[in-house]
Design a protein around this ligand. Structure first.
Ligand SMILES: [Zn+2]
Length: 473
């Protein structure tokens, strides 16, 4: 596996600490709102990384946290707790918000073809571990108490900005120390960050725990250091996240973890670039963001979004628009139809199978070159070999791609609508969604009217356990 490492700013030959085994940590979501498809691009690319490593024979253990406390509206220590903001917005408790959005996140996550991490740990389950780690940092002199919060003292480190001069823009580096954010006068150094909030302006913080420093709650960064060490031990192979996590979040994680452990901690840092749209980076603060539900409501299969993400490299920004997605729908349908046309004839030709499997593995282990991997898929379909071999290859590739290729091909054969043109499919899908919404709102008259409207056009819809199906009358 060749992998770009944000730490060295180079593509390196990946060597795990223990031969054949990979320990990997992913920063999970802050569960105060739906994840947008930009956040989810990171999780798709990380899923491809895990599956590529497994394809190459590694035994991977992947851990992910759930941030359900401590992440403030700025990634530095200013603003409001995001969870509290979500709870206020929806007039619910923080725990209700956390529960709802954790479930929503994993629904979107799995709908996009991602495999569940081996361990998922909510931050609120690890309070004693956070307290222990902070106590050790205080004992070792890396932390101090001021204004009743506990801070990490970044001046104790020879090199705090471990990722600087890399993909971190100077502006990003400065975001935590800008003058226009609320200046925390208790800090010794501008770049110091909170390990434990006790005295804070957030009197209405719902989640508080007893600690040696009084009732309070953990900072965001300590959560990831602690949860990763708890499940993966003192050393880790790969830490993943979006590029916007590099600073301050991952920089602070390295500071805490290595000061606590007393030795280097994580060898490889994998960062996924932003999803952008015409207005720039997609973000929740910008207000208008696209979720998996938005895509589904518009009739898009979430796996088409995954297919779209696989066309580009994870270290490049990816521009999203519905026009681009429509083209992806066409390309994906075409691919599925080609696979559906394969017969079961012949025996698998192992020489051809091995050759293409190797080409595919070479692509995905070359710093996750997914667009090259897709080229191998098309080349395999064109190869001079029997259909059984092609089908076996598609099944093998899909261990990494996770596009449900064979399943969708089978469905498309059964689906009477598969011969329909794009426009009809889109029209009927929209009508079915409209009818679903009407039924949900108990507007049965409207739901019946939509059924009749379709019937007048010669289209019959049926409610089945697998959802709504349709065919020509
Ligand atoms: Zn994290």
């Amino acid at each position: 596996m060749r992998l770009y490492n944000t730490k060295s700013r180079k593509i390196e030959e990946f060597k795990p600490r223990v031969e054949g085994k990979v320990s990997m940590y992913t920063c999970g979501p802050t569960v105060y709102h739906f994840a947008h498809i930009g956040n989810l691009r990171s999780y798709i690319c990380e899923d491809v990384l895990v599956k590529s490593l497994r394809y190459a024979g590694y035994d991977v253990k992947r851990v992910m946290n759930i941030t359900d406390v401590g992440h403030l509206t700025s990634d530095a220590d200013t603003g409001e707790d995001k969870m509290l903001k979500g709870a206020k917005r929806e007039h619910k408790t923080v725990l209700e918000i956390a529960d709802f959005y954790t479930k929503a996140f994993f629904k979107d996550f799995t709908d996009l073809g991602n495999a569940m991490p081996d361990v998922v740990e909510p931050a609120t389950h690890c309070i004693p571990e956070f307290i222990h780690m902070i106590e050790v940092l205080l004992e070792k002199g890396y932390a101090y108490k001021a204004g009743e919060n506990v801070y990490f003292d970044t001046s104790k480190l020879e090199n705090y900005y471990v990722f600087s001069n890399g993909s971190v823009e100077e502006d990003d580096l400065m975001v935590g120390v800008r003058d226009d954010v609320d200046e925390d006068t208790n800090k010794r150094n501008k770049s110091d960050f909170v390990l434990w909030f006790t005295k804070s302006k957030f009197d209405d913080q719902e989640l508080k725990w007893e600690s040696p420093w009084g009732y309070g709650y953990p900072g965001w960064h300590i959560e990831c250091s602690c949860i990763s060490i708890k499940h993966l031990g003192e050393y880790m192979d790969i830490h993943c996240g979006g590029v916007d996590n590099i600073f301050p979040h991952h920089t602070n994680e390295v500071a805490q973890s290595e000061s606590y452990l007393g030795h280097p901690w994580c060898n490889y840092w994998f960062h996924v670039h932003h999803l952008i749209d015409r207005n720039g980076k997609m973000s929740k603060s910008a207000g208008d963001f696209v979720t998996v539900s938005t895509l589904k409501e518009k009739g898009y299969d979430p796996l088409v979004y995954r297919f779209f993400c696989l066309q580009s490299h994870y270290r490049k920004p990816l521009e999203f628009s519905y026009d681009v997605l429509d083209n992806q729908v066409k390309a994906f349908d075409k691919l599925i139809k080609r696979i559906a046309a394969l017969s079961d004839d012949g025996d698998v030709d192992s020489a051809v199978f091995d050759e293409f499997r190797k080409r595919f593995e070479d692509a995905v282990t070359d710093d996750c070159n997914t667009s090259m991997a897709l080229t191998v898929v098309y080349d395999a379909l064109k190869a001079e070999t029997n259909d059984a071999t092609k089908k076996a290859l598609i099944a093998s590739f899909d261990e990494v791609l996770s596009l449900d290729l064979l399943k969708k091909a089978e469905e498309s054969k059964k689906d009477a609508s598969s011969g329909e043109d794009e426009e009809t499919v889109r029209f009927v899908t929209e009508k079915i969604e409209e009818r679903k919404a009407a039924k949900k709102a108990k507007d049965f008259a409207k739901a019946d009217a939509i059924r009749q409207e379709l019937l007048d056009k010669g289209i019959v819809i049926e409610d089945t356990r697998e959802g709504v199906k349709w065919h020509r009358a």
